[in-house]
Design a protein around this ligand. Sequence first.
Ligand code: PMP
Length: 354
Amino acid sequence: MSRFYSYRNAALIPYTPGEQPKVLNVTKLNTNECPFPPSEKALAFAAAHTRPLNLYPELQCIDVRSKLAELHGIDADNIVLGNGSDELLNFAFLAFCDDRRGVAFPNISYGFYPVYADLNHVPALEIPLREDFSVAPEDYFGLGRTIFLANPNAPTGMALTPAQIETILKANPDDVVVVDEAYVDFGGESCIPLIKSYDNLLVIQTFSKSRSMAGARLGFAAGDKELIRDLNTIKFSINPYNINSMTLALGLGVLEDEETTRSNCRTIMENRAYTVAELEKLGFTVLPSCANFVFAASGKIGGQELYLRLKERGVLIRHFDKPGISAYNRITIGTREQMDILLKNIREILEGTV
Ligand code: PMP
């Protein structure tokens, strides 16, 4: 820390992203990206529609917002875009949390929530998951705090139904409930239709997982127009041009090709079923996943050791050295070929161990 660093963030421990190797000669199953690049159709659209780069981006991002609105049966004014959903999560902390209105989220969930709470000096209540790693809706009733829920949750992959989320919304009419749906396209059910009935619901989605755009950074938040206005106040106070013109054009191109997105998601879900079955044959406990990853523990080898042994062999998965989940690893679901490389290496490692 330099002698110039603000005392306000002296104790801040930043988020630790998964490894992003410069050279891609690895089987990369550690940060839940889509294994498929944007389609040729989407890329061609982006090339033809990118606003000249000597000009600032279009401020309102109206084309992407309108297309998303059409897709979800809501208005463009119900939507704001972010530079990845991470940025929108931070905007939500800035808009809906403070020293008087704290935040609550599960103790095992997306690692950025506690970081944003600390960064914004918001008191945080971490609510333990149940024994089976589920989120119990009643644990979130009447807390008097803004609530952040990843649904499906990460790193477990387990999801609540919109009806269960609705019980949380009803029990907290005076607090915002942020539902982070980064992984919803892989078998979960979106809460976006509920924004018409609940003015305290904010749903956040990303183009990083199902829409193949992790490197382009695009996310969106959907909610009541008043909530979106608040987020725009924050956005226009930080970086009005938060989405660059190339990303806007590619985002629109990807939305023009929903068929590819849906077909990629179906493939990932098939590969997930295959991977779960193979891991279970190898003695793994695998949590029921609605996401493009699985959370799995071997009875034969520790989570950290498996992670390190796979890394030596050029296969990256994610290990969280955290009480309660250190036996587990989070494994992104990639192509069938990638999953076969993973499974072959796990088999070899286990044969050497047992
Ligand atoms: N929410 C959850 C639960 C995530 O796992 C991630 C990905 N790390 C994000 C949000 C952020 O994704 P992005 O900023 O790429 O949209």
